[in-house]
Write a protein that binds this ligand. Structure first.
Ligand SMILES: *[C@@H]1O[C@H](CO)[C@@H](O)[C@H](O)[C@H]1NC(C)=O
Ligand SMILES: *[C@@H]1O[C@H](CO)[C@@H](O)[C@H](O)[C@H]1NC(C)=O
Ligand SMILES: *[C@@H]1O[C@H](CO)[C@@H](O)[C@H](O)[C@H]1NC(C)=O
Ligand SMILES: *[C@@H]1O[C@H](CO)[C@@H](O)[C@H](O)[C@H]1NC(C)=O
Length: 309
Protein backbone atom coordinates (compact mmCIF):
# COMPACT_ATOMS: atom_id res chain seq x y z
CA UNK A 1 0.00 0.00 0.00
CA UNK A 2 2.84 2.32 0.87
CA UNK A 3 4.29 1.75 -2.59
CA UNK A 4 0.98 2.57 -4.22
CA UNK A 5 0.65 5.79 -2.24
CA UNK A 6 4.24 6.64 -3.12
CA UNK A 7 3.65 5.87 -6.78
CA UNK A 8 0.46 7.95 -6.93
CA UNK A 9 2.06 10.92 -5.20
CA UNK A 10 5.04 10.81 -7.58
CA UNK A 11 2.61 10.84 -10.50
CA UNK A 12 0.62 13.73 -9.09
CA UNK A 13 3.85 15.59 -8.40
CA UNK A 14 5.15 15.12 -11.94
CA UNK A 15 1.84 16.03 -13.53
CA UNK A 16 1.21 19.09 -11.39
CA UNK A 17 4.78 20.24 -11.85
CA UNK A 18 4.54 20.10 -15.61
CA UNK A 19 1.17 21.84 -15.42
CA UNK A 20 2.30 24.61 -13.07
CA UNK A 21 5.58 25.22 -14.86
CA UNK A 22 3.54 25.80 -18.02
CA UNK A 23 1.91 28.72 -16.23
CA UNK A 24 4.95 29.80 -14.28
CA UNK A 25 7.98 30.42 -16.38
CA UNK A 26 7.56 32.84 -19.23
CA UNK A 27 10.62 33.21 -21.40
CA UNK A 28 11.49 36.47 -23.09
CA UNK A 29 13.92 36.14 -25.99
CA UNK A 30 15.36 39.53 -26.89
CA UNK A 31 16.95 39.85 -30.31
CA UNK A 32 18.92 42.72 -31.82
CA UNK A 33 18.64 42.76 -35.61
CA UNK A 34 19.64 46.42 -35.83
CA UNK A 35 22.77 47.54 -37.63
CA UNK A 36 23.85 49.07 -34.33
CA UNK A 37 24.25 48.14 -30.68
CA UNK A 38 21.10 48.39 -28.54
CA UNK A 39 21.10 48.67 -24.75
CA UNK A 40 17.72 47.22 -23.64
CA UNK A 41 16.20 48.56 -20.44
CA UNK A 42 13.61 46.79 -18.28
CA UNK A 43 11.25 48.31 -15.71
CA UNK A 44 9.18 46.00 -13.50
CA UNK A 45 5.77 47.23 -12.32
CA UNK A 46 5.33 48.06 -8.63
CA UNK A 47 4.51 45.10 -6.40
CA UNK A 48 5.82 42.24 -8.54
CA UNK A 49 9.24 40.54 -8.36
CA UNK A 50 11.77 42.00 -10.80
CA UNK A 51 13.77 40.22 -13.49
CA UNK A 52 17.43 39.20 -13.04
CA UNK A 53 18.53 42.22 -15.09
CA UNK A 54 17.24 45.76 -15.61
CA UNK A 55 19.61 46.77 -18.40
CA UNK A 56 22.29 45.22 -20.57
CA UNK A 57 24.17 45.49 -23.85
CA UNK A 58 22.90 43.68 -26.93
CA UNK A 59 25.39 43.62 -29.80
CA UNK A 60 24.30 43.50 -33.44
CA UNK A 61 22.84 40.04 -34.07
CA UNK A 62 22.95 39.09 -30.41
CA UNK A 63 20.13 37.31 -28.53
CA UNK A 64 19.46 37.21 -24.79
CA UNK A 65 16.95 35.03 -22.95
CA UNK A 66 15.30 36.10 -19.70
CA UNK A 67 12.94 34.01 -17.61
CA UNK A 68 10.16 35.93 -15.86
CA UNK A 69 8.39 34.83 -12.66
CA UNK A 70 4.63 34.20 -12.44
CA UNK A 71 2.47 37.29 -12.84
CA UNK A 72 5.40 39.48 -13.85
CA UNK A 73 4.48 42.84 -15.31
CA UNK A 74 6.61 45.58 -16.78
CA UNK A 75 8.14 47.04 -19.89
CA UNK A 76 11.09 46.59 -22.22
CA UNK A 77 12.63 49.30 -24.38
CA UNK A 78 15.80 49.90 -26.34
CA UNK A 79 18.39 52.55 -25.53
CA UNK A 80 20.45 53.85 -28.44
CA UNK A 81 23.68 55.82 -28.87
CA UNK A 82 24.91 55.00 -25.37
CA UNK A 83 28.37 55.72 -24.06
CA UNK A 84 30.37 56.09 -20.90
CA UNK A 85 32.11 59.39 -20.18
CA UNK A 86 35.55 59.84 -18.59
CA UNK A 87 34.03 59.74 -15.10
CA UNK A 88 32.35 56.37 -15.83
CA UNK A 89 28.89 57.83 -16.15
CA UNK A 90 26.77 55.83 -18.60
CA UNK A 91 24.14 57.65 -20.67
CA UNK A 92 22.16 57.24 -23.87
CA UNK A 93 20.84 59.63 -26.49
CA UNK A 94 17.45 57.85 -26.58
CA UNK A 95 15.62 55.76 -23.97
CA UNK A 96 18.02 56.81 -21.22
CA UNK A 97 16.91 55.68 -17.75
CA UNK A 98 18.94 58.19 -15.73
CA UNK A 99 20.69 55.58 -13.59
CA UNK A 100 24.13 56.63 -14.90
CA UNK A 101 24.81 52.90 -15.20
CA UNK A 102 24.11 50.02 -17.57
CA UNK A 103 21.45 48.64 -15.21
CA UNK A 104 18.34 50.82 -14.92
CA UNK A 105 17.65 49.62 -11.35
CA UNK A 106 14.00 50.68 -11.14
CA UNK A 107 14.16 53.69 -13.46
CA UNK A 108 12.04 53.96 -16.59
CA UNK A 109 12.83 55.27 -20.05
CA UNK A 110 13.04 58.97 -20.79
CA UNK A 111 10.66 59.64 -23.68
CA UNK A 112 10.59 59.34 -26.59
CA UNK A 113 10.90 55.56 -26.43
CA UNK A 114 9.12 52.65 -28.08
CA UNK A 115 7.85 50.39 -25.27
CA UNK A 116 6.89 46.70 -25.16
CA UNK A 117 4.52 46.33 -22.20
CA UNK A 118 3.48 43.07 -20.50
CA UNK A 119 1.15 41.91 -17.74
CA UNK A 120 1.58 38.15 -17.35
CA UNK A 121 -1.18 35.96 -15.86
CA UNK A 122 -3.64 38.85 -15.69
CA UNK A 123 -7.46 38.69 -15.91
CA UNK A 124 -8.64 35.21 -16.91
CA UNK A 125 -5.09 33.86 -16.62
CA UNK A 126 -4.15 35.67 -19.84
CA UNK A 127 -1.00 37.62 -20.59
CA UNK A 128 -1.77 41.14 -21.82
CA UNK A 129 0.80 42.82 -24.00
CA UNK A 130 1.27 45.71 -26.39
CA UNK A 131 3.83 47.86 -28.11
CA UNK A 132 3.29 51.51 -27.24
CA UNK A 133 4.19 54.76 -28.97
CA UNK A 134 2.30 56.78 -26.34
CA UNK A 135 5.69 57.92 -25.02
CA UNK A 136 7.01 58.44 -28.55
CA UNK A 137 9.22 56.32 -30.77
CA UNK A 138 12.93 55.63 -30.82
CA UNK A 139 13.47 52.16 -32.33
CA UNK A 140 11.54 49.56 -34.39
CA UNK A 141 10.25 46.73 -32.19
CA UNK A 142 8.23 43.58 -32.80
CA UNK A 143 6.75 41.24 -30.15
CA UNK A 144 5.97 37.70 -31.30
CA UNK A 145 4.27 35.21 -28.96
CA UNK A 146 5.46 31.61 -29.16
CA UNK A 147 3.42 28.58 -28.18
CA UNK A 148 0.47 30.49 -26.73
CA UNK A 149 -3.24 30.22 -27.34
CA UNK A 150 -6.14 32.66 -27.49
CA UNK A 151 -8.26 34.57 -29.99
CA UNK A 152 -5.83 37.46 -30.33
CA UNK A 153 -2.57 35.76 -29.45
CA UNK A 154 -0.57 37.25 -32.28
CA UNK A 155 2.40 39.49 -33.06
CA UNK A 156 2.31 43.21 -32.48
CA UNK A 157 4.78 46.01 -32.79
CA UNK A 158 6.10 48.92 -34.72
CA UNK A 159 8.57 47.33 -37.12
CA UNK A 160 9.17 50.42 -39.29
CA UNK A 161 11.70 53.20 -39.08
CA UNK A 162 9.64 56.25 -38.11
CA UNK A 163 12.51 58.72 -38.17
CA UNK A 164 11.59 59.78 -41.69
CA UNK A 165 7.80 59.82 -41.32
CA UNK A 166 7.98 61.72 -38.01
CA UNK A 167 6.35 65.20 -38.28
CA UNK A 168 9.05 67.88 -38.13
CA UNK A 169 7.70 69.42 -34.90
CA UNK A 170 8.01 66.04 -33.15
CA UNK A 171 11.42 65.09 -34.51
CA UNK A 172 14.42 64.60 -32.23
CA UNK A 173 17.62 65.27 -34.14
CA UNK A 174 21.00 63.82 -33.33
CA UNK A 175 23.46 66.34 -31.91
CA UNK A 176 26.05 65.62 -34.59
CA UNK A 177 23.73 66.47 -37.49
CA UNK A 178 23.24 62.80 -38.36
CA UNK A 179 19.46 63.13 -38.84
CA UNK A 180 16.45 62.08 -36.78
CA UNK A 181 17.06 59.73 -33.86
CA UNK A 182 13.56 59.60 -32.38
CA UNK A 183 10.01 60.93 -32.63
CA UNK A 184 8.23 62.60 -29.70
CA UNK A 185 4.60 62.09 -28.82
CA UNK A 186 2.42 65.18 -29.24
CA UNK A 187 1.82 65.03 -25.47
CA UNK A 188 5.52 65.36 -24.76
CA UNK A 189 6.10 67.97 -27.49
CA UNK A 190 3.19 70.29 -26.63
CA UNK A 191 2.06 69.20 -23.13
CA UNK A 192 -1.59 69.90 -23.93
CA UNK A 193 -4.38 67.89 -22.26
CA UNK A 194 -6.08 66.90 -25.53
CA UNK A 195 -2.85 65.14 -26.58
CA UNK A 196 -2.05 63.76 -23.11
CA UNK A 197 -5.63 62.56 -22.41
CA UNK A 198 -5.53 64.49 -19.14
CA UNK A 199 -7.80 67.07 -17.47
CA UNK A 200 -11.04 67.45 -19.43
CA UNK A 201 -9.76 64.82 -21.87
CA UNK A 202 -9.16 62.03 -19.36
CA UNK A 203 -11.74 59.55 -20.68
CA UNK A 204 -11.87 57.36 -23.80
CA UNK A 205 -14.85 59.39 -25.06
CA UNK A 206 -13.27 62.82 -24.71
CA UNK A 207 -9.72 61.94 -25.77
CA UNK A 208 -9.81 61.32 -29.48
CA UNK A 209 -6.97 60.49 -31.87
CA UNK A 210 -5.16 63.64 -33.03
CA UNK A 211 -3.55 64.41 -36.37
CA UNK A 212 -0.25 63.58 -34.62
CA UNK A 213 -1.35 60.25 -33.11
CA UNK A 214 -2.73 59.31 -36.54
CA UNK A 215 0.76 59.58 -38.01
CA UNK A 216 1.89 56.91 -35.54
CA UNK A 217 -1.20 54.77 -36.18
CA UNK A 218 -0.70 54.91 -39.95
CA UNK A 219 2.94 53.88 -39.67
CA UNK A 220 2.25 51.20 -37.03
CA UNK A 221 -1.44 50.14 -36.95
CA UNK A 222 -0.89 47.49 -34.24
CA UNK A 223 0.85 49.80 -31.75
CA UNK A 224 -0.70 52.20 -29.23
CA UNK A 225 -0.71 55.69 -30.76
CA UNK A 226 -2.41 57.50 -27.84
CA UNK A 227 -3.53 56.60 -24.32
CA UNK A 228 -7.00 55.20 -25.18
CA UNK A 229 -5.98 53.21 -28.22
CA UNK A 230 -6.65 49.92 -26.33
CA UNK A 231 -9.09 48.25 -28.69
CA UNK A 232 -6.73 47.81 -31.62
CA UNK A 233 -3.49 47.66 -29.65
CA UNK A 234 -3.89 45.25 -26.72
CA UNK A 235 -3.17 41.58 -27.36
CA UNK A 236 -3.64 38.54 -25.15
CA UNK A 237 -2.18 35.03 -24.92
CA UNK A 238 -2.40 32.09 -22.55
CA UNK A 239 0.81 30.21 -21.76
CA UNK A 240 3.04 31.91 -24.30
CA UNK A 241 6.70 32.80 -24.45
CA UNK A 242 7.70 35.96 -26.26
CA UNK A 243 10.35 37.08 -28.70
CA UNK A 244 11.08 40.81 -28.68
CA UNK A 245 13.03 41.93 -31.74
CA UNK A 246 14.67 45.30 -32.27
CA UNK A 247 14.74 46.28 -35.99
CA UNK A 248 12.86 43.14 -37.15
CA UNK A 249 13.28 44.10 -40.81
CA UNK A 250 16.88 44.46 -41.96
CA UNK A 251 16.05 47.70 -43.72
CA UNK A 252 14.45 49.48 -40.79
CA UNK A 253 17.86 49.99 -39.28
CA UNK A 254 19.28 51.94 -42.20
CA UNK A 255 18.60 55.19 -43.90
CA UNK A 256 16.09 54.22 -46.53
CA UNK A 257 14.33 56.22 -49.21
CA UNK A 258 11.56 53.66 -49.44
CA UNK A 259 8.01 54.32 -48.23
CA UNK A 260 7.37 52.94 -44.78
CA UNK A 261 4.31 50.94 -45.80
CA UNK A 262 6.32 48.50 -47.85
CA UNK A 263 8.66 47.16 -45.21
CA UNK A 264 6.50 45.64 -42.45
CA UNK A 265 5.23 42.80 -44.64
CA UNK A 266 8.41 40.78 -44.63
CA UNK A 267 9.13 40.65 -40.87
CA UNK A 268 5.49 39.95 -40.15
CA UNK A 269 5.30 37.10 -42.64
CA UNK A 270 8.45 35.70 -41.17
CA UNK A 271 7.25 36.05 -37.60
CA UNK A 272 3.95 34.38 -38.40
CA UNK A 273 5.89 31.41 -39.65
CA UNK A 274 8.07 31.46 -36.56
CA UNK A 275 4.94 31.63 -34.42
CA UNK A 276 3.31 28.64 -36.11
CA UNK A 277 6.55 26.70 -35.88
CA UNK A 278 6.72 27.38 -32.16
CA UNK A 279 3.17 26.11 -31.71
CA UNK A 280 4.08 22.75 -33.27
CA UNK A 281 7.21 22.56 -31.20
CA UNK A 282 5.41 23.06 -27.90
CA UNK A 283 2.74 20.51 -28.81
CA UNK A 284 5.49 18.02 -29.60
CA UNK A 285 7.33 18.62 -26.33
CA UNK A 286 4.08 18.25 -24.39
CA UNK A 287 3.26 14.87 -25.96
CA UNK A 288 6.79 13.52 -25.43
CA UNK A 289 6.47 14.60 -21.79
CA UNK A 290 3.24 12.61 -21.52
CA UNK A 291 5.03 9.59 -23.02
CA UNK A 292 7.78 9.84 -20.41
CA UNK A 293 5.21 9.98 -17.61
CA UNK A 294 3.34 6.96 -19.01
CA UNK A 295 6.67 5.14 -19.30
CA UNK A 296 7.59 5.87 -15.69
CA UNK A 297 4.12 4.79 -14.57
CA UNK A 298 4.44 1.46 -16.40
CA UNK A 299 7.87 0.74 -14.93
CA UNK A 300 6.64 1.61 -11.44
CA UNK A 301 3.46 -0.48 -11.82
CA UNK A 302 5.55 -3.45 -12.94
CA UNK A 303 7.98 -3.00 -10.04
CA UNK A 304 5.13 -2.71 -7.55
CA UNK A 305 3.28 -5.84 -8.79
CA UNK A 306 6.59 -7.75 -8.70
CA UNK A 307 6.97 -6.71 -5.03
CA UNK A 308 3.60 -8.35 -4.25
CA UNK A 309 4.87 -11.82 -5.15
C1 LIG B 1 -7.65 41.31 -27.71
O1 LIG B 1 -8.45 40.80 -26.65
C2 LIG B 1 -8.68 41.73 -25.59
C3 LIG B 1 -9.41 40.99 -24.49
O2 LIG B 1 -10.54 40.36 -24.98
C4 LIG B 1 -9.43 42.94 -26.12
O3 LIG B 1 -9.62 43.87 -25.09
C5 LIG B 1 -8.62 43.58 -27.24
O4 LIG B 1 -9.36 44.62 -27.81
C6 LIG B 1 -8.26 42.57 -28.32
N1 LIG B 1 -7.30 43.19 -29.20
C7 LIG B 1 -7.42 43.22 -30.52
C8 LIG B 1 -6.33 43.89 -31.26
O5 LIG B 1 -8.37 42.73 -31.11
C1 LIG C 1 16.72 46.34 -48.24
O1 LIG C 1 16.93 47.43 -49.07
C2 LIG C 1 17.79 47.16 -50.17
C3 LIG C 1 18.02 48.44 -50.92
O2 LIG C 1 17.05 49.38 -50.69
C4 LIG C 1 17.13 46.07 -51.05
O3 LIG C 1 17.97 45.76 -52.14
C5 LIG C 1 16.91 44.83 -50.20
O4 LIG C 1 16.23 43.85 -50.97
C6 LIG C 1 16.09 45.16 -48.97
N1 LIG C 1 16.01 43.99 -48.13
C7 LIG C 1 14.87 43.56 -47.59
C8 LIG C 1 14.93 42.35 -46.76
O5 LIG C 1 13.80 44.14 -47.77
C1 LIG D 1 16.71 56.27 -36.66
O1 LIG D 1 17.08 56.22 -35.31
C2 LIG D 1 18.08 55.29 -35.01
C3 LIG D 1 18.21 55.21 -33.52
O2 LIG D 1 18.55 56.42 -32.94
C4 LIG D 1 19.34 55.71 -35.74
O3 LIG D 1 20.40 54.88 -35.42
C5 LIG D 1 19.03 55.64 -37.22
O4 LIG D 1 20.15 56.03 -37.97
C6 LIG D 1 17.87 56.53 -37.57
N1 LIG D 1 17.43 56.30 -38.92
C7 LIG D 1 17.33 57.28 -39.80
C8 LIG D 1 16.77 56.89 -41.13
O5 LIG D 1 17.67 58.42 -39.55
C1 LIG E 1 12.46 36.03 -43.87
O1 LIG E 1 13.66 36.55 -43.41
C2 LIG E 1 14.79 36.16 -44.16
C3 LIG E 1 16.03 36.76 -43.49
O2 LIG E 1 15.90 36.74 -42.10
C4 LIG E 1 14.64 36.63 -45.59
O3 LIG E 1 15.74 36.17 -46.37
C5 LIG E 1 13.34 36.09 -46.17
O4 LIG E 1 13.13 36.62 -47.47
C6 LIG E 1 12.18 36.44 -45.30
N1 LIG E 1 10.96 35.79 -45.76
C7 LIG E 1 9.85 36.45 -46.01
C8 LIG E 1 8.69 35.64 -46.43
O5 LIG E 1 9.76 37.66 -45.88
Amino acid sequence: MAQLTFFVSICVLILSHSFISGLQATTFTIVNKCEYVVWPGILTNAGVPSLPTTGFTLQRGETKTITAPTSWGGRFWGRTHCSQDSTGKFSCLTGDCGSDKLECSGNGAAPPATLAEFTLDGAGGLDFFDVSLVDGYNIPMLVVPRGGTGPNCTYTGCPVDMNDSCPSDLKVMSTDGGGGVACKSACEAFGQPQYCCSGAYATPDTCQPSSYSKVFKTACPLAYSYAYDDKTSTFTCANADYTITFCPSPNTSQKSSKGQNEEPTSPLENSTMEYEGALDESAASRSSCTNVIIGIAMVMAFWWSWQLF
